[in-house]
Design a protein around this ligand. Structure first.
Ligand SMILES: Cc1cc2nc3c(=O)[nH]c(=O)nc-3n(C[C@H](O)[C@H](O)[C@H](O)COP(=O)(O)OP(=O)(O)OC[C@H]3O[C@@H](n4cnc5c(N)ncnc54)[C@H](O)[C@@H]3O)c2cc1C
Length: 467
């Protein structure tokens, strides 16, 4: 029987293991090795004092249906929970107050967030000719070129950069918000494209979904579906060595395992170290994908201690404000059931490109920082009844300008090594649906190599050539 080792038990590795078992109909033995004691990787749900706290992702995009399909397949359908729909604005913390994010023409006209000159410049977007050059550019360059600097620093920067904990000046438009490039090309203007797209959308449905018990439910359901005897946890892979057409996977406890195929579902810089003995050029290219450190601080308060209504999904903070936090999600407004009765839950985002030092503070200092900042923004001087810090050291891959080309080079180098596969947040999208899609694509490639098909579900590997 062929043997595949998957390294890394985050959502990518788990989805790959599940999908490989399914697609190979038991014809490939699967081992998943997770370095820590816990599966899920960045997916980290905790319960503290009656609050349901997410340390990493709190939701996934509903539009990319792969996660939804997987949840249904795993029997989690009744656990699916949309973010609250309706009129819940996001705010921008600017000039000492929270401004509702102006969505649409009328709110924009009335907004005190953007100056008159800034508004006029934004409206002039329809007159700006599309870029003639093909190829990637930074999010900042695109937004500045089409909408002007004020839109960039006050809206697009914190919103678009914030998702990736990235500097918009370095963030690749083509690898993150490529639909904007498409709109510019197709309609000559993003605003015109937007109008067309909105005309066709049904609206009213939430963009984000989560699971009632937290996203860790997805990792747990995958673990259950994968079954016993597959997952080895609490042991790091130290190196992977080529061995006569197969691979020797060396564990830090001194053991080694042999595999025909290895799926590296680890962060790119870890994968770089692991493939060093197979291909130094591949390792170098993988190291070129930068990561930044971030932290989240969840704070639970008594409702009576919060003077303002948490009537939105939270707020983002433009860099020019020179605050120490990037954003704050009003979690108990965004999702039902996250805080006990009479309480609210919020989550503060710290660190990322240009601000990593804040995320590297001690837990106590991070809680103090988060409290001071929410006090300044919302006048909450009271002690929180719950505080929980999660730090993600080198946790967020940076999709910098030219990312797609870099990934193509990496994949071309990897393809030279039979049985070596790369998957995960570093390559084709960092969101949970992207990771699952990437895992499934890699599994299709792997299974396809052996020519295993639904018809060949006999428990034996049928090589394509023999069919
Ligand atoms: C704070 C934060 C908020 C986010 N919010 C969202 C969100 O709301 N929605 C969304 O869709 N996405 C979000 N993301 C992104 C998303 O969570 C991640 O991109 C995704 O979970 C990464 O999954 P992964 O399996 O590729 O990597 P990881 O989760 O990093 O898993 C890699 C695994 O490999 C293991 N490992 C490392 N080295 C070794 C080794 N040598 N041997 C064995 N195992 C090893 C690690 O322990 C880890 O478990 C967020 C990310 C962060 C950090």
């Amino acid at each position: 029987m062929r043997h595949t080792i998957i390294i890394g038990g985050g959502i990518t590795g788990l989805a790959a293991a599940y999908s490989l078992q399914k697609e190979s109909h038991g014809a490939i033995a699967v081992t998943l090795i997770e370095g820590s004691q816990r599966l899920g990787g960045k997916i980290m749900t905790a319960r503290a004092g009656g609050f349901l706290v997410e340390g990493g992702p709190d939701s996934f995009l509903a539009r990319k249906t792969v996660t939804l399909d997987l949840c249904r397949e795993l029997g989690l359908e009744d656990q699916l929970q949309p973010a609250r729909a309706g009129k819940f604005p996001t705010y921008v913390w600017s000039g000492g107050r929270l401004h509702p994010l102006p969505m649409g023409v009328r709110p924009m006209v009335g907004s005190r967030l953007i100056s008159l000159a800034g508004k006029l410049r934004m409206a002039a977007e329809v007159l700006i000719p599309p870029r003639e050059l093909d190829g990637d550019e930074s999010v900042a360059s695109f937004v500045r070129r089409r909408f002007g600097s004020e839109m960039l620093v006050k809206l697009a920067g914190p919103l678009m950069g914030g998702i990736y904990a990235a500097d918009p000046e370095r963030l690749s438009l083509g690898s993150t918000f490529s639909f904007l490039q498409v709109m510019e090309k197709k309609y000559g203007s993003v605003l015109r494209g937007w109008k067309k797209a909105r005309g066709g959308s049904k609206g009213g449905r939430s963009m984000f979904l989560t699971l009632r018990g937290g996203l860790l439910q997805l990792a747990e359901a995958l673990e259950t579906a994968i079954g016993p005897g597959v997952v080895e946890r609490g042991v790091q892979v130290a190196a992977v060595l080529p061995q006569q057409g197969r691979y020797e996977v060396v564990l830090e406890d001194g053991r080694s395992l042999t595999a025909d195929d290895v799926v590296f579902a680890t962060p790119a810089y870890v994968t770089a170290d692991l493939v060093e003995y197979i291909d130094t050029a591949l390792a170098e290219h993988l190291r070129a994908i930068r990561y930044v450190t971030t932290a989240t601080v969840s704070l639970g308060f008594r409702e009576q201690d919060v003077p303002r209504a948490l009537d939105g999904f939270g707020f983002v903070v433009p860099r020019m404000e020179q605050r120490r936090i990037n954003a704050c999600t009003w979690t108990s407004t965004k999702f039902e059931g996250r805080a006990p009765d009479g309480h609210v839950l919020m989550r503060v985002f710290v660190g990322g490109a240009g601000a990593e030092a804040f995320a590297e503070l001690t837990d106590d200092a991070l809680v103090a920082l988060a409290r001071q900042e929410v006090d300044a923004a919302m006048n909450i001087g009271a002690e929180p009844v719950m505080a929980k810090v999660f730090r993600w050291t080198k946790g967020n891959p940076q999709y910098e300008v030219g990312h797609r080309g870099r990934v193509e080079e990496i994949e071309a180098l990897a393809a030279k090594h039979r049985g070596l596969y790369l998957a995960g947040a570093a390559y084709h999208g960092a969101g949970i649906p992207d990771c699952i899609e990437n895992a499934q694509a890699v599994v299709r490639q792997l299974v396809g190599k052996y020519g295993i098909s639904h018809q060949a579900a006999t428990g034996h590997v049928v090589p394509a050539a023999a069919r």
